[in-house]
Design a protein around this ligand. Structure first.
Ligand code: SAM
Length: 239
C-alpha cells in the first residue's frame, strides 16, 4: 500500500471525492494511510448512512457522506485533487460517462485512483473471497441491480484505457492485509445467509441455496483472505 500512500502524500490539504463509497471502506483506508487532507466526501446512489456503524468516522468533521449519483453530479467542475473509485468499476451502468464526469470534477494536475478486485493469481483463501463476491453479484442481478463479476487485470486496464479521457500513469497490485484482520467464519456465513434471504421467493432459490452450501464448505476447508486489488492512477494535465 506504500505506492498509494506516496500518491496521496503528493497532495497536501487535498480535497478528495470517493465515488461508490458504500459504508466508507476506502475512505477508511485513505485515512489510515494519510491524514493531511482538507476534506473527504463519499458519494453513493444508495443512502448507507442509516446502516452505518454510528461510531464510524464520528468526530472527524473532515469526512462527510452524500447520497448522489455520479452520473448526475452537483459539484462544480475542477473541485477535487483526488477522486477515488474503489470496488465500484464492476457496478457501473455507464463506464464512459462515469469516467467523463470524474475527469470534469478533477482539478488540473489532480489524480483519479481506481482500485478494483482482480481474479488473477488468487491463492485458495483468496478464492473464498472471489466465490463470495460472485455469489453476491448473482443475487444482486437476480433482484434487478447491476453487479458484474470481477475481471482479470488485463481486462480492467483495457476498459479503463479505452474509456478514460485522461491517461493512465501508473498501476500496481495491492494487497490489503494490514487494515482488515481475519474475518470470523460465522460473519461470512451470516453474509451468505443474508444474501439468500433476498431471493427466498425466487424460482431459482434451490439453485442459490445449493451454491451457498458449497461456498460455506469451501470457506470452512480453505479459510478466507481478501483478494488482491489492482490500483490504477490516471492524471489530468495541468492547464
Ligand atoms: C461494492 S460497493 C464499493 C464500496 C466501497 N467503495 C469499497 O471500496 O468497499 C459499490 C458501490 O457503488 C455504488 N454505485 C454504483 N453506481 C453508482 C453511481 N452511479 N453513483 C454513485 N454510486 C454508485 C453502489 O451503490 C455501491 O454501494
Amino acid at each position: 500500500m506504500n505506492e498509494l500512500k506516496e500518491y496521496l502524500e503528493q497532495y497536501p490539504e487535498a480535497k478528495i471525492l470517493d465515488i461508490g463509497t458504500g459504508k466508507g471502506d476506502f475512505i477508511n483506508l485513505i485515512d489510515y494511510l494519510y491524514h493531511d487532507y482538507s476534506e473527504i466526501i463519499g458519494v453513493d446512489i444508495i443512502d448507507y448512512l442509516l446502516e452505518m456503524d454510528k461510531d464510524s468516522f464520528k468526530g472527524n468533521p473532515k469526512i462527510k457522506f452524500i447520497n448522489e449519483d455520479i452520473l448526475n453530479p452537483t459539484f462544480p467542475k475542477n473541485s477535487f485533487d483526488i477522486i477515488s473509485l474503489s470496488s465500484t468499476f464492476h457496478h457501473l451502468t455507464d463506464i464512459e460517462e462515469t469516467l467523463k464526469h470524474m475527469t470534469t470534477l478533477l482539478k488540473p494536475g489532480g489524480i483519479i485512483i481506481i482500485s478494483e478486485l482482480i481474479s488473477d493469481n488468487l491463492d485458495k483463501k483468496q478464492v473464498s473471497h472471489e466465490l463470495l463476491h460472485h455469489f453476491a453479484a448473482k443475487i444482486v442481478r437476480e433482484i434487478g441491480m447491476i453487479h458484474s463479476q470481477t475481471c482479470d487485470k488485463k481486462g480492467i486496464l483495457k476498459a479503463v484505457k479505452k474509456y478514460a479521457p485522461i491517461p493512465v500513469v501508473d498501476y500496481w497490485d495491492m494487497t490489503i492485509k494490514d487494515l482488515y484482520l481475519d474475518v470470523e467464519m460465522s460473519t461470512l456465513y451470516q453474509i451468505i445467509d443474508q444474501l439468500l434471504e433476498n431471493v427466498k421467493d425466487s424460482e431459482q432459490y434451490k439453485v442459490f441455496k445449493k451454491e451457498a452450501d458449497e461456498i460455506k464448505l469451501y470457506l470452512k476447508e480453505n479459510g478466507f483472505q481478501l483478494a488482491n486489488k489492482l490500483c490504477i492512477v490516471l492524471k489530468k494535465n495541468k492547464e
